[in-house]
Design a protein around this ligand. Structure first.
Ligand SMILES: [Zn+2]
Length: 308
């Protein structure tokens, strides 16, 4: 474990012009201390990949002293061109991702009309369709949205949720999986979701939980800290934002995921190249790359909230 620890509230607030997007406070402090050196960020020209294997871990996140919301300072957030994102490696994970989607969707009580925001190549929508939902998606990546339409025949709008101009009260369920942490204005997105949901409709949300025991123990080494993750919720901060935007949280818990062993080894790369190379060699030698391994670190927060 590194010497980096959560900072105490005695640390002087970071001079940042923007205020907390949850409570409006300007009183924010570094979330970690001990390593003040700026982390190198990914080259801006690098094409964004959904599996973000080449992204960097970040340390310089800040915490609001008044509400506890954690964000990456905007001026240290590299611009990400989601429109140009393409990731052939992601396609290899289709079977596991569809199976994981079934696990997530089991949290929704019934079928109906389902919208996924940031649906990528459509794997979750395929699972939702198999479960009886009438599905549609929005996705910024031209490559991923075309894949979803061409491969699975899904109704996917290329662009943002706002640009899709969906009618009010037109969907029964909205899924926001691994998306909200990328948004600079999650409040605006939740307001738009609230508008398109039918009264009593449900939002299913999946995001890293910075308040989880694993995130707290791992500190600045937590794998949820990526330079394309702008906002880091805990159950408390997410619950507050949802309540303020007209949602009542019905249930929340942690969700595990299953991936081939080769993928878990792949995720080691940002931590230790040596460890990654050793593990990759051992897994290859054992022919174990495709072994399905299900892990739940308790730091992926799944939440179902109902439109009030
Ligand atoms: Zn705040």
């Amino acid at each position: 474990m590194s010497a980096i620890r959560e900072s105490s509230t005695a640390v002087a607030p970071v001079a940042e012009p923007a205020t907390c997007l949850l409570c409006g406070s300007a009183r924010r402090v570094p979330h970690f201390r001990g390593d003040a050196s700026p982390q190198p960020v990914s080259p801006v020209s690098e094409r964004y990949r959904i599996t973000h294997s080449e992204r960097r871990l970040v340390h310089r996140i800040v915490r609001c002293l008044d509400c506890g919301l954690v964000t990456l300072p905007i001026d240290e957030t590299p611009p990400v061109s989601y429109e140009e994102a393409a990731d052939p490696y992601y396609l290899q994970q289709a079977p596991e991702r569809i199976a994981n989607a079934h696990r997530l969707l089991s949290l929704l009580p019934s079928a109906g009309r389902l919208l996924e925001i940031g649906c990528a190549c459509g794997f979750l929508l395929v699972a939702a369709r198999e479960r009886g939902f009438a599905v549609q998606g929005v996705e910024m990546s031209a490559w991923a949205s075309a894949y979803a339409r061409d491969t699975y025949g899904l109704a996917v709008h290329t662009g943002t949720l706002e640009a899709a101009r969906l009618p009010a009260d037109s969907v029964d369920a909205v899924v926001l999986a691994d998306v909200i942490e990328h948004l600079f204005d999650p409040r605006a997105t939740l307001a738009e979701i609230h508008r398109v949901l039918t009264p009593g409709g449900r939002l299913l949300l999946l995001t890293p939980d910075i308040g989880s025991a694993v995130a707290r123990a791992a500190g600045a080494r937590w794998w949820g800290l990526l330079d394309d993750h702008y906002v880091y919720f805990s159950r408390a901060t997410l619950g507050r934002l949802l309540a303020e935007e007209g949602f009542a949280v019905e249930r929340s818990g942690s969700l595990g995921r299953a991936f081939p062993l080769g993928h878990w080894v792949f995720k080691l790369a940002p931590y230790s190249r040596i460890l990654h190379d050793l593990a990759a060699r051992a897994v290859r030698a054992a022919g174990a790359e495709q072994w399905q391994i299900s892990l739940n670190f308790g730091d992926q927060m799944a939440c179902v909230a109902q439109k009030r």
